[in-house]
Design a protein around this ligand. Structure first.
Ligand code: F0G
Length: 336
């Protein structure tokens, strides 16, 4: 195994002697989804990005952003985040021996992500504001101080993230559509770039949560709200690029409700054996809601691991069965 800079160096902006900060990210499983395929009437595959080292696709971008920061002589990296970017930046900063700082909306990020950022030793700033405000402030801060910004406004992030498209094409060849959650719109932009570079043009089907769907509404959302905290974003930084990807690929960006997201989240866990976080299920929710649109082969990107957000999982799952320690009771408890 190797990290993605090593694997795809010829297609990434890194030379042979450049420093590489890697946790052997990428090369994630692409799993056939039989039950989902049956329901949708198409061949559906799941790209399990939760299998990256910190449990989300952000690691693809972060290996590139942090390696480039080291090459440029940076001593510190910073990001605004709904949680996953924070966890990933903190891990790669720790690995590189850099100082990491992350600004997150106070009380609005999933527990696992917070634990990761803190464990990796980042300075975690809980902002009395939302993600969009955090990103604006962090951009201003990096104008004032020599700190590398590792949000997906950083072009190296997209370079790393485009490699997921390479992996898909290498594994299953051409696909007709890609279902992908859209928050700050970096990932849909990166996938489109990756597909374009290998001459494949699947329809990009972006999904946002109803309460945080600026690209669907056509206007920024001042107070975005959704159970899918990772995509609780009202004014995506890569707005134009996402619209371009949608148009150029003859795709769409549509909305799914929190209930639809949670239905897909439970379906994946209970029928496909794949536990992703709520935001990640929005692509599948879109596929279930709107259908495959005539596509024969579809890939859904499951962007982050279900363990990131144990609280939402416990609120959606069945309850445990209490039991005294004797065999009759255990029998009743197990056999119902
Ligand atoms: N899915 C998950 C699990 C995410 O964490 C994110 C973004 C997205 C989808 C959307 O990707 O922003 O490139 O459109 N999370 C960012 C963060 C914003 O701070 O972790 P996008």
């Amino acid at each position: 195994m190797s990290g993605l800079i090593e694997r795809y160096r010829d297609r990434l902006p890194f030379g042979p002697g450049d420093p590489v900060v890697s946790l052997e990210e990428g090369s994630t499983p692409l799993v056939a989804a039989e039950r989902l395929s049956e329901r949708v009437g198409a061949e559906v595959w799941l790209k399990i990005e939760g299998a990256n080292p910190t449990g989300s696709f952000k690691d693809r971008g972060m290996t590139c952003a942090v390696s480039a920061a080291v090459r440029e002589g940076a001593e510190a990296v910073i990001c605004a985040s709904t949680g996953n970017t924070a966890a990933s930046a903190a891990a790669y900063a720790a690995r590189a021996g850099l100082t990491g700082a992350v600004i997150v909306p106070d009380g609005k990020i999933a527990t696992g992500k917070l634990a990761q950022a803190l464990m990796h030793g980042a300075r975690v700033v809980a902002l009395a504001g939302n993600f969009d405000q955090a990103l604006t402030l962090v951009r201003e801060l990096t104008q004032r101080h020599p700190i590398a910004l590792v949000n997906s406004v950083n072009a190296f992030r997209l370079e790393g993230q485009k490699t997921a498209a390479f992996e898909i094409v290498e594994e299953v060849g051409e696909i007709d559509a890609l279902c992908i959650p859209v928050g700050n719109a970096g990932n849909i932009t990166a996938y489109w770039k990756g597909f374009t570079e290998v001459g494949v043009k699947p329809r990009m089907l972006g999904l946002q949560a109803v309460g945080a769907a600026p690209l669907v509404d056509g206007a920024p959302v001042a107070n975005p709200e959704t159970v899918a905290s990772a995509i609780r974003i009202g004014n995506p930084a890569r707005w134009e690029e996402a619209i371009d990807a949608m148009r150029a690929s003859h795709g769409s960006i549509r909305a799914v409700s929190d209930d639809e997201i949670l239905d897909a989240y439970r379906f994946l866990a209970s029928h496909e054996g794949v536990f992703c976080e709520p935001a990640s299920a929005s692509g599948v929710a879109g596929l279930l809601k709107y259908g495959a649109d005539g596509a024969e082969r579809v890939v859904c990107v499951l962007t982050g691991h279900g363990l990131k957000d144990p609280q939402t999982a416990l609120s959606q799952a069945g309850s445990v069965v209490p039991c005294p320690a004797d065999i009759e009771a255990v029998e009743r408890a197990v056999l119902g």
